[in-house]
Design a protein around this ligand. Sequence first.
Ligand SMILES: [Zn+2]
Length: 403
Amino acid sequence: MNLFRRHPLALVLLALVVVSAVDPLPALVDAATGAPPADADLSRPLGYVVAAPFSDVLDALTFLSLDRARALLAVWAVALAAWGALRPAPPRRRAARALLGPVALLALGGAAATLPRSVPRLVTSDSALTVIDYHAHTSASHDGRRGWTALDLARWHAAQGFEASYVTEHNVLFDQRGQQPIPLLPGVEWSVAGQHIVALADTLPVDRGRFGRDTRSLLGLFGELHRHGALSIASLPEYWRAHWDDLDEFVAAGLDGLEIVNCAPKALGFPAARRGQVLALAAARDLLVVGASDNHGWGKVTCVWNLAVSGVRGYRSNQVVARPLALAQGEWLPWTAAYTQPWLMFRGLSWSERCSWITWILVVLIYRAVPRRAGDAAGLGILARSLEVFKLRWPRKPAPPGP
Ligand SMILES: [Zn+2]
């Protein structure tokens, strides 16, 4: 009981790591069926597992939809500031503690977006499948991260198990041919009439003025792309937000496929019920369904991979495999993010990650729990204690005899 009163945070974390194992989430799911994929698994490198508390928190921050990211940051910033301000201490120290929490939270957000780190990788047991990304950007896109080159993008993909990726800049044709470390394939993302259409193939420029006036003119783009030898994919979140009622018309006009998962924060909130409707339409009309990292140079992990089957077209030609934490974004209301995101993160831990979490918690707990003598610096108790053992003790001079 005394231990709990002194170290509530460590013990709550320990309980969460253990209790969440009762109802675990799989590492990966097929976005169409919700079941773990038969031919693919997530491989977590040693560095990722050793640093699991850090790796998992940064992944969980990366896989937030925009609304949930705002809610989580607001609630945690206020809670951490209040916790710092209310703990007994002199006023200046309270103010510093109140600032520390929100600043640390922002630093974690920055680390999720930019800090180089060890990342999990998709591995597949079926050599007939190609692990591919259909939608990604470099700094050639107006909203791409500055300095984010095609080579950076290829390395980002290769580290996560991708064997190829299309590069689909906003309204700019991709003309760089690299094969290292993975082949980058030419594509483009056309913005027309509030919709983004990803065109796959070494395509030609199109007259956006002609196809971008309204939904009716947009329908002509699908035929134009076919004449250029390109496949057309409707991108998320635009068709969900702006053209949900036009999908049948898109398909009738020649649309070849739809994204059902897109890792951009604006698209991650796509609800499972809508995904189900899109899958039913795609299955009935034999359309391609794909997942998109939509990488712009920010964030170190993808939420989705594609397993492409060579020699097959349409619905059966591609399997979309996603991280369950990312798919859950559409299922939970934004204001619940402050507690649902950590809970889903804990449920998604592998056994090796749970062991890593428990080890870190125990190390910190032991370090802080060893009693200190008055005058020892806070937190250095255990070090001071162990150094004491080796300290040579000189016999003290006898006190001068009293009168
Ligand atoms: Zn994009």
